[in-house]
Design a binder for this molecule. Structure first.
Ligand code: CA
Length: 227
């Protein structure tokens, strides 16, 4: 599970990265708002911990921009400003949670876990693209009348693609999001995983009907139009 920390104060960065790593999260860090926004646009993070006061681009501007672009990654704002108007502004801008500085690491971790849990604990939560659906609780995929239990990687990959139907995800991005691999080791695990998914959701040898489309030389996407 990879998190993005956008924070400029070295002391807090060290404290938070260390604490989140100890809790089992992978953490990517950005030291200013512009860099943070660029990383968040890659859509590879389970949640974003966002400082309000940042160089180059303010935390609220980062959040506003993300939400305008339809990026729904859960965001928890960290801010020394605890007055109600600031907190309300955070929620109005699209924050999912707000934590006042100084804070206890245990509380930040608990809040992040609550945010991540909330996304998958609602039994009605089903990702659906045409005839393809993914149950976020049982982690089963259904394609027409065929249902299949998925491995954690298969689930994570399909969930990632289905969150933005039509969007082409590069192998590099998929590797980063699903496997946590941030370099390009020339591995074909992504292709192998997609093939496995296709076979699981296909009754015959014809796997071309499933709307996972390989875009030559670029990556994969969920097709929104019939093939
Ligand atoms: Ca700051």
């Amino acid at each position: 599970m990879k998190l993005l920390l956008i924070e400029d104060e070295p002391r807090i960065v060290e404290f938070v990265v260390h604490g989140l790593a100890a809790a089992g999260f992978m953490v990517q860090h950005a030291g200013d708002g512009e860099r943070g926004l660029a990383l968040a646009r890659e859509r590879t993070h389970a949640a974003i911990v966002l400082d309000a006061m940042l160089p180059k681009l303010d935390g609220f501007d980062v959040l506003r921009q993300l939400r305008q672009e339809g990026i729904a990654t859960p965001v928890i704002i960290l801010s020394a400003k605890v007055d109600l108007p600031y907190r309300l502004l955070g929620f109005e801008t699209g924050a999912d949670d707000y934590l006042a500085k100084p804070f206890f690491m245990e509380e930040l971790i608990a809040r992040i876990k609550a945010l991540l849990g909330r996304r998958t604990s609602n039994p009605s939560q089903l990702l659906q693209v045409g005839e393809l659906s993914l149950n976020l609780v049982s982690r089963k995929a259904q394609w027409h009348d065929l249902s299949a239990a998925l491995s954690p990687r298969e689930f994570s990959l399909l969930e990632y693609l289905m969150q933005s139907p039509g969007h082409i995800f590069s192998r590099k991005k998929i590797l980063s999001h699903v496997w946590g691999i941030d370099f390009d080791p020339e591995t074909n695990v992504v292709d192998v995983c997609v093939q496995r998914l296709k076979r699981k959701l296909s009754r015959s040898n014809d796997v071309s009907l499933l709307p996972i489309e390989s875009v030559r030389g670029v990556g994969y996407r969920i097709r929104t139009e019939p093939a």
